[in-house]
Design a protein around this ligand. Structure first.
Ligand code: ADP
Length: 239
């Protein structure tokens, strides 16, 4: 487990500045909420940390190690996307075991770790089901199990709850937080939903037009202003 630091990170797509001079520390073992309207650079920042996006400038550290030149698979990062991207032809247990197979973890150890992590996400009895036979919330748990079973140094969550309906989403927020506390992995969570960010995060960073405009511990005053603000339009948006 390690903290993450980005320094003066910049990324442009043609004339669009997706990230502009972003410097930010994601504390070790913490739950960091990255908040901002659509197009503010949240996903670009997450993908740069994961290694899917190469920044134009700036540095990325996981723990003390600079990782700008480290391949995605060598950064030891777990990710959960909005779409979950589960393998439909594999069972729950096979989906979770996949990352361990790739890392050539031997069979008995693999089975033990899959069983442990399925217990952690409360899917113990469902290992033989296929993703299409699960509810939305259960699929979300499989995606979490798959991301943490490899014991990553960092967990990146890109709007992982946005496919769920409102009631389930609130339940899963509590679950996500519980799981993150139990495993203690440094977690960076992208959302455009201020309430979700305030509920879950130990620290929050707010991006706007590729720039970091605020960061610190969550306080309602960070995101809700008395004066008219561009934040208001998305701060109150709930899906
Ligand atoms: P967010 O996750 O906050 O919605 P993104 O990081 O996805 O924002 O995007 C930031 C900006 O960069 C947007 O204007 C988006 O259109 C642009 N962008 C992101 N990825 C690409 C890409 N691959 N090619 C061109 N423009 C991109």
């Amino acid at each position: 487990m390690s903290g993450v630091r980005v320094e003066r990170l910049t990324k442009a797509y043609g004339p669009t500045k997706a990230l502009e001079d972003v410097t930010l520390t994601f504390p070790e073992g913490g739950f960091f909420g990255l908040l901002g309207p659509s197009g503010s650079g949240k996903t670009t920042l997450l993908r740069a940390i994961a290694g899917f996006v190469t920044p134009d400038q700036g540095r990325i550290f996981i723990g003390d190690q600079p990782v700008e030149r480290t391949a995605v698979e060598d950064r030891n990062i777990g990710m959960v996307f909005q779409s979950y991207a589960l393998f439909p032809n594999m069972t729950v247990a096979e989906n979770v075991a996949f990352g361990l197979e790739v890392r050539r973890i031997p069979g008995p150890e693999r089975a033990k770790r899959v069983a442990e992590v399925l217990e952690l996400v409360q899917l113990g009895p469902l290992g033989n089901r296929r993703p299409q036979d699960l509810s939305g919330g259960q699929r979300q748990r499989v995606a979490m199990a798959r991301a943490i079973v490899t014991r990553p140094r960092v967990l990146l969550l890109d709007e992982p709850l946005s496919a769920l309906d409102r009631a389930l989403r609130v339940d899963m927020q509590i679950e996500l937080k519980r799981i993150q506390r139990e495993v203690g992995i440094t977690t960076i969570f992208v959302t455009h939903d201020q309430e979700e960010a305030l509920t879950l995060s130990d620290q929050i960073g707010i991006l706007k037009d590729g720039r970091l405009v605020r960061h610190g511990p969550p306080r309602a005053s960070m995101t809700t202003r008395k004066t008219p603000s561009p934040h208001i339009s998305w701060a109150t948006r709930m899906s």
